[in-house]
Design a protein around this ligand. Sequence first.
Ligand SMILES: Nc1ncnc2c1ncn2[C@@H]1O[C@H](COP(=O)(O)OP(=O)(O)OP(=O)(O)O)[C@@H](O)[C@H]1O
Ligand SMILES: [Mg+2]
Length: 368
Amino acid sequence: MIHSIRVRGYRSLRDLTIRLGRLTIVTGENGTGKSNLYRSLWLLHEAAEGRFAESIAGEGGMPSLLWAGERRRDEPLGIRWELEHDAFHFELTCGLSPASGSSSFRTDPDIKTEAIRLGGSKGRIVAERKGSLAKVRGADRKMENLPLPVHAPESIISEVRDAARHPELAAVRAVLSDLRFYHHFRTDADSPARRAQVGSWSPVLHHDGANLAAAWQSIAESGLSDELDEAVDRAFPGSHWEAVNESDLFELSLSRPGLSRPLSARELSDGTLRYLCLIAALLTPRPPRLLVFNEPESSLNGNLLEPLAEMAARVPEDTQLLFVTHSEALTSALLSRMDGVSRRLISYEGETRLEGQGGARRVWTFDD
Ligand SMILES: Nc1ncnc2c1ncn2[C@@H]1O[C@H](COP(=O)(O)OP(=O)(O)OP(=O)(O)O)[C@@H](O)[C@H]1O
Ligand SMILES: [Mg+2]
């Protein structure tokens, strides 16, 4: 289980710590930093997958990710993540690439330090990095020096990949790779979720819902067809779903009472399509360690939130859930079915804070 994440210097998250339980709900008004929290967690996952620099570029590059507000004199121009898991503690600090450096990739992150410890933040070191010098504990328990390239904007978690030589690092990578994020399924006419296509076994819904019909069929064939039927019937009473069309293409359709033919994914309303995507994400036959949703309620009518929460309650106990939401109705629907905590973000002089969190904090440094 991931117990907490602390982020410093990322956009409005000047210094924010969030404790995570089995179910954590993050709420707050517009612009308080909910999506920043979502994306900062996603970036850690991207780092584990070897896509840290690419994902930071997709966000506008390192300079735009840095806290743009007032800065104390010795406050570094950098971002620091700390993640506390049952089994390990991971921290990564990055800043701007040096202007004098030889690389043209100036908006890539420059990773300053990384440390992975077993147990808590004072536990036994498994891997450690300062700039391009890394030391990683091998299977023989000895620390091994591993030089990284001079321009090395990727984490040692993704760069050191030999699981047989570095099993402990591989175990950390397995955890951080197994976080799953869903934010805003596209519902326009060209949305991937609306397309009929050749399908394949799909235990995991793509982030854009592209394999929606194949994901529904995979859930049904994994023994959860009653849950899918219930999710449809609770939301759209008397309706039935179908995932394969008469041309053997995968396309989700709904038969509604009163209509003489099923409506295909191309014809479903935006809210209906989003609901079907969310159900596929929740009932996945391959649940991740942490499943994160950013504003799942968008364009869903209130009456879909109860069945959504019901399906969330079917997610196996060992999967943590994190919902970032505006919806009080969704929050109370979730909390009435599962043990969980709701945390509210506020904006204080442009800085994201937890409601009730104190003011003064120690300035950190790259070498902490
Ligand atoms: N580099 C930066 N430094 C400081 N603040 C920033 C930076 N980049 C963006 N912000 C601010 O972060 C704030 C929070 O943005 P975010 O998208 O996380 O809000 P949100 O809580 O998800 O809002 P909504 O409910 O509207 O989706 C915005 O007010 C934005 O101006
Ligand atoms: Mg947002």
